[in-house]
Design a protein around this ligand. Structure first.
Ligand SMILES: Cc1cc2nc3c(=O)[nH]c(=O)nc-3n(C[C@H](O)[C@H](O)[C@H](O)COP(=O)(O)O)c2cc1C
Length: 210
């Protein structure tokens, strides 16, 4: 949990099916509403398909770059930009070179969406698929593989469905890019301390210390 960070630079070496199968075989024990297990994983290794997914990733990625960082379509990952952003730009440019794309979908009718009538953005449905995705990330890290959980492809869902034959009733939850890392795997992630997000008895209670 402390070291399963995002990898954005990969070797092109192939990843054995048996290894991916073992990781999936552990990840499937994720909690999910009513144990309906509505997830489906497409293991994409085919080169042309990865290229097509790369191409579909670009417009939402460009839109995100513009909105979040004010960078236009001609922006290049130059030394003037922060390192993490440069890495993310390079990753988007080279997504098709990452040897495995795990496309995770979920059958919408299996989701127990307990916050659907609250008149605000619903978040509970995702809770029946993202623990599974997190298990995948932990399993990949355990096996020495790098991974990047991405959701920027999701605005292109109709095209992705067409490309991969995903049925209408499934929604795209994530593209997890997987491969052997081009450098060392992360060892230190930057996250808030427990006391910054945990309180005692009430939301406005005192910070929860050990
Ligand atoms: C729901 C979700 C969606 C994400 N989508 C993307 C994405 O589309 N592209 C990307 O490069 N990284 C994506 N990330 C990775 C985050 O940028 C990353 O987890 C965060 O910056 C923390 O970095 P670290 O895991 O290396 O510490 C996503 C992460 C989550 C949890």
């Amino acid at each position: 949990m402390r070291t399963a960070g995002t990898t954005r630079r990969f070797l092109t070496d192939p990843v054995p099916d048996a290894l991916l199968h073992r990781i999936l075989d552990n990840a499937r024990f994720a909690p999910n509403g009513g144990n309906r297990q509505g997830w489906h994983v497409i293991v994409v290794k085919d080169k042309a398909t990865r290229r097509a997914l790369h191409d579909l990733y670009q417009p939402p990625w460009r839109a995100y770059l513009a909105e979040r960082y004010g960078l236009g379509p001609g922006a290049v990952p130059g030394p003037d930009l922060p390192r993490a952003l440069r890495r993310t730009m390079e990753f988007a440019e080279r997504l098709h070179e990452v040897p495995v794309h795990l496309l995770v979908t979920v059958e919408l009718s299996t989701l127990a969406v307990t916050d659907r009538d609250l008149g605000r953005q619903s978040i509970v449905g995702g809770g029946s698929v993202y623990p599974f995705v997190q298990n995948l990330l932990l399993g990949l890290r355990q096996e020495g593989l790098g991974a990047a959980l991405t959701t920027l492809l999701i605005p292109a869902e109709p095209r992705v469905k067409e490309l991969l034959g995903i049925p209408e009733e499934h929604a795209l939850a994530a593209l997890v890019a997987v491969g052997y890392p081009a450098g060392p795997l992360p060892t230190r992630l930057r996250r808030k301390a427990v006391e910054e997000f945990t309180t005692r008895d009430r939301f406005d209670g005192e910070p929860f210390g050990a």
